[in-house]
Design a protein. Sequence first.
Length: 94
Amino acid sequence: MSTSYRARPVLVLALCWDGTDERLRVLKKAWAPAFARHEVKDEDGATHGTKTLLVPTPEGVLPAQVGDWVVRDPQGSVRPVRADLFRQLYEAAP
């Protein structure tokens, strides 16, 4: 026999990654200085910033794409959440 359970409501802080320098500054200043953009070097050695955000998590560094959300839980852990999953799991707090 199975029993159904509902997850307890937990208040989290969340910010949608939009790929901008301003959003990166906010994340670094308010949440963690270890946030960075993924950079790609071409054959000439020139570095090109992309819009992929590298998010430091307890499990290691995970990528967030533009439109993904960065969520910080009550314990202070930060992790990226895909936009579709974020909409399923979270709603705006009153």
